[in-house]
Design a protein around this ligand. Sequence first.
Ligand code: ADP
Ligand code: MG
Ligand code: MG
Length: 251
Amino acid sequence: MLEINNLHVKLEDEDKVILRGVDLKIGPGEVHAIMGPNGSGKSTLSYVLSGRDGYEVTAGSATLDGQELLEMEPEARAAAGLFLAFQYPVEIPGVGNMTFLRTAVNAQRKARGEEELSAGDFLKLVREKAKALKIDAEMLKRPVNVGFSGGEKKRNEILQMAMLEPRMCILDETDSGLDVDAMKLVSDGVNALRSAGRSFLVITHYQRLLDHIKPDVVHIMAAGRIVKTGGPELALEVETNGYADILNEVG
Ligand code: ADP
Ligand code: MG
Ligand code: MG
């Protein structure tokens, strides 16, 4: 599904190198977690995959089902089935949440060669998915993320994901700012989407999210590289001992 080889990335306007040879392979239906100290490049990896401006790829590749993502426009990446739930969801004043979702869903359907959803079908679907995430009707009418609490923004990201049904989902610290109940809602929302053909990359600081969303593989990222890969026990090791032991071990 997603294959990243030797990815090197620097800031476009500065001589700052952020990613220094990331290798990662995620198969269909797999859930991978990336943990790592602040500033290790986790968000940068997700931004570069989704096509955000400001970064320059100096080496390496990232393919989704064999298609080179790094050469595609952000919209084309989304159409190909890539979705990123942001660590800091953007506010879009003046654009209603519902309108935004409907436009995104229909653009996605068009890209897949499917018919647009009728207004009625769309409404039914969005209400059902919003209800599961305890997002009320009023939040659907407000401009995207404007005045939403941190937790509401994160739930809204998961609503977008549930509506778009992407094949490769990247969640960047979706658990940060969530209380225990909201974390359960978000995790249930993610788990409901798990399927044989859909993969997840879950970036998190905390093992507790991985109690709810059980990963197949856990990676530790440090200084722009994946320095260690293991099973769920690796997340427990981090929770107990922090990163110091692992970082010492890998030099
Ligand atoms: P993480 O998500 O693992 O905490 P980031 O990918 O956010 O790490 O950041 C990695 C490093 O790159 C940090 O030192 C960060 O300050 C720097 N960085 C990332 N994006 C930018 C940017 N647009 N401008 C300046 N520095 C950046
Ligand atoms: Mg960070
Ligand atoms: Mg980050």
